[in-house]
Design a protein around this ligand. Structure first.
Ligand SMILES: Nc1ncnc2c1ncn2[C@@H]1O[C@H](COP(=O)(O)OP(=O)(O)OP(=O)(O)O)[C@@H](O)[C@H]1O
Length: 355
């Protein structure tokens, strides 16, 4: 254990990391700022998810952590050691998005091959293979050709290869991508077992539900920036508890709204109320959370979901509805899902980039 690691439980530490791919060739027109000052930290024993849409910079960050490419600014360290250094690298297991195992292998011969690559001796390879085949649920299938393996089985074999040298940190690139629900749940179970065995796991995904099911901590990235990072319980998620922001679903009737007056007047009233409420959003205490919808075909009304920063913001919104001559029908506390958090952050990042 290095001295800096001993003083901290931090396994991955990324600080103001930047990566600019230089353009100027006939294929690439200009510079691409793939990472624009990314900071995050993953601690020992966490299952840390990196979530973001295509082009967010996830793969670039992983490549820097593995030492495959160099950053153009900021710092990244693993176990307190510079990312990419031989010592740091020797303590990391990596499962790429599509690990290709030669088809002539069995699971056992593939592990022997990877064990030799890691310079393990034969006894250690034999012992670790037994343990890992058991761990990933391939014991009993280890002498079959991998040609007969499902994608899920191949992925579990990939996890076993990444673990051959008993790393402290496992970096997984889209570990459940392309798997059917059974395959995904099998891979998830392996990840959970590894977490229980004290490994730190850093995984990259764009499958929100998978991240929600398996991760304890999360960073949401878009366009080279970290938009939010922290425990998943604070971002909305399967295990989320109440948190500071208050999402409320409200229904209110519109002033002068009468179904007999036709759609235009209803639309006009909607717009007036929307304008009133949006002016609160502009003040920064309230954000739109879901598109407003009509209540039903008989009653002219309005239903929308808003994310309020605090109770004062809820009061403010209620005041706005009243001053627009609206009347509140329902106010329902709403637990924010991870998907809603994700969409809100990514959409506001896109809007900021456009403005
Ligand atoms: N070698 C490269 N040269 C130039 N630009 C690159 C290179 N690699 C990635 N990029 C660009 O950097 C940005 C971030 O890409 P990156 O692959 O890191 O994102 P990602 O979040 O992993 O996306 P995906 O989920 O699609 O894999 C993108 O705009 C991408 O086009």
């Amino acid at each position: 254990m290095s001295r800096s690691e001993a003083s901290s439980s931090s396994i991955i530490s990324v600080d103001a990391l930047e990566k600019t791919y230089r353009g100027g060739t006939f294929l690439r027109r200009g510079d691409v700022h793939a990472l624009r000052g990314v900071s995050l930290q993953a601690d020992r024993g966490q299952v840390f998810g990196l979530l973001g849409p295509n082009g967010a910079g996830k793969t670039t960050l992983i490549k820097i952590l593995l030492g495959v490419i160099r950053s153009t600014g900021g710092r990244a360290s693993l176990f307190g050691l510079p990312a990419g250094s031989a010592e740091a690298r020797s303590r990391v297991g990596y499962l790429p998005e599509s690990l290709r195992v030669d088809r002539h292998h069995t699971a056992r011969s593939a592990l022997r091959f990877y064990g030799k690559l890691s310079r393990l001796d034969s006894d250690t390879i034999g012992q670790r293979s037994d343990d890992l085949l058991e761990l990933v649920g391939l014991k009993g299938r280890d002498r079959e050709s991998v040609r007969r393996f499902s994608k899920g089985m191949l992925q579990r074999l990939g996890l076993a290869q990444a673990l051959m040298h008993d790393p402290d940190l496992l970096i997984l690139d889209e570990p459940t991508d392309g798997l059917d629900p059974v395959g995904r749940s099998e891979v998830r179970r392996v990840i959970e077992r590894l977490r229980d065995a004290g490994k730190t796991i850093f995984l990259n995904s764009h499958i929100l539900h998978e991240v929600e099911l398996v991760c304890s901590h999360l960073a949401i990235m878009a366009k080279g920036n970290v938009l939010a990072t922290g425990p998943i319980a604070e971002m909305g998620g399967a295990s989320s508890s109440d948190h500071e922001t208050i999402a409320v679903e409200m229904e209110f009737e519109l002033p002068h709204a009468d179904s007999s007056t036709g759609g235009d007047s209803v639309a006009g009233s909607n717009a007036a109320v929307e304008e009133q409420i949006l002016s609160s959003a502009v003040e920064g205490s309230v954000q739109w959370f879901a598109d407003p919808v009509d209540l039903d075909s008989c009653r002219a009304g309005y239903r929308c979901r808003l994310l309020c920063a605090d109770r004062a913001a809820v009061d403010q919104i209620v005041d706005r509805i009243r001053s627009a001559d609206g009347s509140l029908i329902r106010l329902v506390p709403h637990r924010q899902t991870l998907e809603e958090t994700f969409m809100r952050l990514v959409e506001s990042e896109s809007m900021a980039a456009m403005s």
